[in-house]
Design a protein around this ligand. Structure first.
Ligand SMILES: [Zn+2]
Ligand SMILES: [Zn+2]
Length: 142
């Protein structure tokens, strides 16, 4: 399965030749600010599954916490994916840039301890105060 993804201005386009895993909603303060929204919907893809269609030169990275580099389009500002110094084989993918249905669905909410006070979670998915079980400070966080 090949998934297509692109930024708002269409300057950046990528293809993903593999599954999107670990889909979830992150309510941490950094994700809220990075997306200008109530939460970040993200998944994980293997770095080797990402293929550039165009616009690699447009991507800038912001190191939001040590070793975590959030990539965004320098022209339109779209959040794209996150690179991890400690885990270069995976990328955190901003699900909003997907142009195709990845098939799987987000399974939980994380960092609800820093959730926006004006946002109410209305689904039945599990909520975690910080990391999801099995996730931890040593593993990539976003
Ligand atoms: Zn763009
Ligand atoms: Zn987050």
């Amino acid at each position: 399965m090949t998934l297509h993804a692109s930024c708002l201005c269409q300057g950046v386009a990528i293809e993903i030749d593999g599954p999107v895993k670990d889909m979830l909603y992150c309510h941490c303060t950094m994700c809220r600010k990075a997306h200008g929204s109530a939460f970040r919907a993200r998944g994980r893809v293997k770095t080797k599954d990402l293929r550039w269609v165009r616009g690699e030169h447009l991507v800038r990275y912001y190191e939001s916490s040590p070793g975590q580099h959030r990539g965004f389009c320098s022209h339109c500002g779209s959040s794209l994916f996150t690179r991890f110094t400690d885990a270069p084989h995976v990328l955190g993918l901003a699900l909003g840039i997907l142009d195709d249905d990845p098939g799987s669905r987000p399974s939980c909410h994380v960092f609800v301890g820093s959730k926006a006070p004006w946002h109410e979670i209305t689904d039945e998915l599990p909520q975690h105060e910080s990391f999801a079980p099995g996730q931890g400070p040593a593993s990539p966080r976003e």
